[in-house]
Structures are given as C-alpha cells and as structure tokens.
Design a protein around this ligand. Structure first.
Ligand SMILES: [Zn+2]
Length: 116
C-alpha cells in the first residue's frame, strides 16, 4: 500500500466532515429563521386570540401607542434587542414574553433539525 493512501483517506474524511458541518450549519440557520418566524406568529396568536382580535388585520402594532410596526420592528429577537425592549415610537416597554416565545421556538427547531 502506498504511503500516501492513508493521507488520501484523511483528506476524504475531512472533506466529508466539512460537508457535514456546512449542512448542519445551514440547517441551524434555517431552523433559526423558521423557528423565529413561527415563534413570532405564535406570539401574535397568544396575544390576539384570547382578545377575540383578528390574526390578519390590523398589521402588528404597539400595544401602547397603537403605531403600526414597520418590517424592521418585526424581525424576531433582533428587533427586540435593537429597540432595547421598547417601542421605537413611544418607548413603552415590550413584554419579554414575545422574545421568550420566539427563543423557545428557535430552540425547539434547532433541536429538531439536529435530531434529524
Ligand atoms: Zn408604542
């Protein structure tokens, strides 16, 4: 057996490992995006359904000043952090439960994609 045969196998193994790592990384990114979006929607359902409000209209708004939120205010977790947990317009505090629901969904989705 040539001396470099083992080296070739190592390179192939490393290549397979890096492909696996890349795919796992992409799965985690997808899980964060999907989990965060669904968690955000779950937060809307949990807030609006008990109040007998439509889940379609009006668009998401501040519960304090009723200002319609812009897309930049709707990015799960990121907008909560960027706005320091406050409404961008009236600075009323935003309940942590919204971010916690999003985090919970993200964690669940990450666990699911790592398990499959
Ligand atoms: Zn507000």
């Amino acid at each position: 057996m040539p001396a470099f045969a083992g080296m070739t196998n190592n390179i192939e193994n490393n290549l397979h490992m890096s492909e696996y790592t890349l795919i796992t990384f992409l799965k985690i990114i997808a899980a964060i995006l999907v989990g965060g979006t669904l968690g955000s929607f779950a937060g809307v359902l949990l807030y609006r359904l008990p109040r007998k409000q439509s889940i379609i209209a009006p668009r998401s708004y501040c519960n304090s000043c009723k200002q319609t939120l812009a897309p930049r205010d709707l990015i799960p977790i990121a907008s909560y952090v960027m706005n320091k947990g406050q409404c961008r317009f009236c600075h009323a505090p935003i309940g942590r439960e919204h971010a916690l629901i999003e985090l919970l969904f993200i964690a669940l989705y990450v666990l699911v994609v790592l398990a499959i």
